[in-house]
Design a protein around this ligand. Structure first.
Ligand SMILES: [Zn+2]
Length: 434
């Protein structure tokens, strides 16, 4: 079901966004106003040109930051000069490079001002430059910046570099860029990611288990009616409809894209798995990964089976042979997240306190949490992290005979079959009630 999706303007994240020639980016004079130019020409290249035309040049900056009546040779200012020079020296490197360069100007300005608490004429010039750089950064195409940063992180992951160790903090910058998008632009970006996940099915090398999972996830996309930057809450999927309404979910998207495209598509798969499982299992709004009506004994067995599967995956991962340090860390995090205990009771209590589940539902969930013991985390996050890792391994082009991949596919198939059987039973029960 894709009917609600709005087409993204550009979902080709493998290619940096086109940029204007360096010579076009600054003409240094002229009574341009952004509104009139955009109105006349109306394209993103013009927006970029205008953006940059507002920034002072290095020479202008040196003039504006001169000491009154004095020379301008203090070493503190040289870092600001360098940052500004670097910005103007940028090749046609795309929005992400421009974003970083403007951020560096802002930082250099802040560093300078913080060393000059006494103020002065030069400080005023530096403050002005900082304001201009911030203004220029705000006017970059945030979606293009975000995609540019993803492409940059993808390159690092492919080269077995560690994006977490990059001093430019690309994941944090991607998150900041995403905060600058309008609501519709953000939704368009997420719709593009969802479509990209669906299009993985066109890859010949996609394992059958992963293909089946993506089919299942694409079938529930229409239930996700809101896709947004998390507003005052945690990233994740939330049921927003009441019990007597058609199901509707809000996807609060995590844009701290540590692993680039693989991270984002893995995140989408994880969150859509919550929706698919909720529908299959007939779960409460807590979205427990337990079939409605299960007995405590069944829940104990289920949690133990999942715990053992995670332990088997942990063994197969071993010392991480076949994975980069970064990839190994991403997988280990998922294995821990899938098994962390106590979560179901915690959710049950907070959802009950918020009036989102009944006292009976709360009691049921607490009983299941106890029945699962230390493996209760698998009743909240298991199918989700399994499917997320399937997407990681495919996008990382991991050898399908790698022991970890073999085990993961087997675990994913078992979980998929369990959801399919539950879905069929739930549908049948609904039919009987008609
Ligand atoms: Zn989750």
């Amino acid at each position: 079901m894709h009917t609600h999706e709005t087409p993204a303007t550009d979902h080709d994240r493998q290619r940096p966004a086109p940029v204007g020639r360096t010579a076009d980016r600054y003409d240094g004079r002229g009574p341009r106003t952004p509104g009139s130019l955009q109105g006349t020409l109306g394209n993103t290249a013009v927006t970029r040109m205008i953006t940059v035309s507002r920034m002072m040049t290095e020479d202008e900056f040196k003039q504006s930051s001169k000491r009154t009546g004095g020379k301008r040779n203090a070493s503190e200012i040289s870092k600001v000069d360098e940052a500004l020079r670097a910005f103007y020296a940028l090749p046609d490197a795309g929005e992400a490079a421009r974003w970083y360069a403007l951020r560096d100007i802002v930082r250099a300005c802040e560093a300078y001002v913080s060393h000059k608490p006494e103020g002065g004429r030069r400080v005023a010039g530096v403050e002005r430059l900082k304001g201009e750089a911030e203004g220029a950064q705000a006017e970059l195409d945030a979606a293009a910046v975000f995609r540019g940063l993803l492409t940059e992180v993808d390159r690092m992951v492919t080269a077995n570099e560690d994006p977490d160790m990059d001093v430019r903090l690309p994941a944090g910058e991607a998150q900041k860029a995403s905060q600058k998008m309008s609501g519709p632009a953000f939704t368009t970006l997420v719709d593009g990611l969802i479509r990209d996940l669906g299009e993985l099915r066109g890859n010949e090398g996609l394992p059958g288990e992963t293909r089946a999972v993506i089919d299942e996830l694409m079938a529930v996309v229409g239930l996700v009616t809101v896709k947004q930057y998390p507003r005052g809450g945690m990233p994740g999927m939330k049921l927003t409809s009441a019990a007597d309404q058609d199901p509707a979910f809000t996807f609060n998207v995590d844009t701290q894209a540590r692993g680039g495209t693989s991270f984002m598509l893995g995140h989408v798969a994880h969150e859509l798995t919550h929706v698919a499982a909720h529908q299959a299992f007939g779960s409460s709004p807590v979205m427990e990964l337990v079939r409605s009506g299960a007995t405590d004994a069944q829940v104990t067995a289920l949690a133990e089976e999942r715990r053992d599967a995670l332990a088997g995956l942990r063994r197969a991962l071993g010392g991480g042979a076949g994975f980069s340090d970064f990839q190994q860390r991403m997988l280990e995090e998922k294995l821990v997240y899938g098994g962390a205990g106590g979560k179901l009771k915690k959710y049950a209590d907070s959802f009950a306190a918020a009036g989102k589940i009944t006292p009976e539902q709360q009691a049921q969930l607490i009983a299941w949490d106890a029945a699962a013991g230390p493996a209760s985390g698998t009743l909240v996050e298991y199918d989700t992290v399994i499917n997320q890792m399937l997407v990681y391994l495919h996008l990382w082009e991991t050898d399908q005979n790698h022991p970890f991949y073999v085990e993961l596919r087997a675990a994913a198939q078992v979980a998929f079959d369990r959801r399919s059987q539950a879905r069929a039973a739930t549908a049948q029960a609904a039919g009987n009630n008609l």
